[in-house]
Write a protein of this length. Structure first.
Length: 137
């Protein structure tokens, strides 16, 4: 894995609705931020998920997630959510995702490994990932 060079970043602002009674981001919201960043990464490559379903007959599903929380995010923070493929197979990829406060040089708040499976949109059976989405394709 490279140190930021191949990593895509997406900014996220923390709203009051994102926080719990202690004033920090509710733990499950980090998964939402990671999902948004993966969607925007896909868009940056020229792909829309609804078009992939309609034209390619594929969709993506989370297969597994491992998260580690390092520091809390709080109301009004500016976050940068990183996306980088660290492992790819024929029907799944694993993303390394990192969430920083302010920018990628600031405190690391949360890290995650998210494995995504490519599925046939009709049968929900595994289907080969499009070559254009895989590193070094």
């Amino acid at each position: 894995m490279s140190e930021h060079s191949d990593r895509f970043f997406w900014p996220v602002r923390i709203y009051y609705e994102d926080t719990d009674s202690g004033g920090v981001v509710y733990y499950a919201n980090y998964l939402k931020y990671m999902e948004r960043a993966r969607t925007e990464w896909l868009r940056s490559l020229g792909f829309e998920q609804d078009e992939l379903i309609a034209k390619e007959g594929i969709l993506f599903a989370v297969r597994s997630v491992q998260l580690d929380y390092h520091l809390p995010a709080q109301f009004n923070d500016h976050l940068h959510v990183g996306v980088e493929i660290v492992e790819s197979g024929h029907v799944s990829v694993t993303f390394d995702q990192r969430i920083y406060r302010d920018d990628e040089r600031r405190p690391l708040l949360c890290t995650g490994q998210v494995r995504i499976a490519c599925l046939d949109a009709v049968t929900f059976r595994p289907k080969r990932f499009p070559e254009a989405l895989l590193p070094n394709a």
